[in-house]
Design a protein around this ligand. Structure first.
Ligand SMILES: [Zn+2]
Length: 306
């Protein structure tokens, strides 16, 4: 009931194997966790799932996941055959926002926006301590706002110059690979033994932190785009806090310093001076914390927000 973790398994998502394979393996993990000795004698109430993509709440499907290349995936229909527990799913970033709202730094705020900067970018908007779904569940696609109309970089959604293509983990890796391919020099070249496809956003962030100028420029450019996007959210919603999590946010100060500076330069001062820009509480576990709240709310009919 307190979202305390008693057992954990972690496997990489193999996107190329498709939705069926991923969901079958998820069912295997659920069943495996249910058999663990830690769970013996306890009752399991349900499964909360965080999914990267656009959820259609009317049809109860994942209608489109640009990152996973999924279209119209019926989660319950696929997983349900392998698992008898109630399954509740939502967009991963909204789940992370819920985790913060109930168990993390979000407990201190009525209005905040959780931003997930990992492979992609999304936003979970919380207004008056309620998550914003939009008319049928797809609000928060912050990563797919266009920030550079001249950009030649195509986003996974099909558009060009999306924030996600410019500032996500995937976007940072692509920007570094392209600049190196075009002849720039960097210690990253040695680190990947000349195989540019091995370059990750984390390698760029680590080199940037060590002061290497190439990586610093690439990372700062991405952080500045993120800051421009956040400045827009600040103007639109006037939140009390912007909470940033996900893989890229683990870079810490080099990200937050640039985002704070950019927000203060590019949003209306009267609004942004009241906004706290903070790292997420739970690191990579934020979505799991949110998933607990959805089960409590829907299966046990406890409204954890109250
Ligand atoms: Zn996009």
């Amino acid at each position: 009931m307190n979202a305390e973790i008693i057992a954990e398994r972690r496997i990489p998502t193999e996107i190329d194997r498709g939705s069926k394979d991923i969901l079958n393996r998820t069912a295997e993990i659920i069943n495996d966790l249910c058999q663990r000795p830690e769970v013996e004698g306890k009752r399991i109430f349900g499964v909360g799932m965080a999914v990267a993509g656009l959820i259609n709440r009317r049809k109860n499907i994942v209608e489109f996941s640009p990152d996973f290349h999924w279209r119209d995936v019926d989660i319950k229909g696929t997983i349900g055959t392998g698992c008898e527990l109630p399954i509740l799913f939502d967009n991963v970033t909204r789940m992370m926002a819920m985790g913060e709202l109930l168990y993390g730094i979000g407990t201190k705020y009525r209005d905040f926006i959780f931003i997930n900067v990992g492979y992609g970018i999304g936003a979970g908007v919380v207004i008056n301590r309620e998550p914003l779904y939009g008319s049928f569940g797809m609000a928060g696609e912050f990563g797919h706002i266009t920030l550079d109309k001249a950009s030649k970089i195509q986003c996974d959604c099909g558009n060009y110059g999306c924030l996600e293509a410019l500032a996500s983990g995937h976007g940072i890796a692509i920007a570094a690979r392209k600049a190196l391919k075009d002849g720039a020099d960097s210690i990253l070249k040695e680190q990947c033994n000349g195989d540019l496809s091995k370059i990750t956003a984390k390698m760029v962030a680590d080199a940037a932190k060590s002061g290497e100028s190439f990586s610093r420029n690439i990372f700062n450019e991405a952080a500045e785009y993120l800051g421009i996007g956040v400045a827009t959210l600040v103007n639109l919603f006037s939140p009390h806090a912007i909470i940033i999590g996900g893989g890229v946010a683990q870079a810490g100060d080099i990200l937050f310093d640039t985002v704070r500076k950019t927000v203060s330069a590019r949003s209306i001062k009267n609004i942004s001076r009241e906004v706290d820009i903070l790292p997420a509480t739970f690191g990579m576990k934020a979505a799991a914390m949110g998933a607990v709240s959805v089960v409590l709310d829907n299966v046990l009919h406890l409204n954890p927000i109250e």
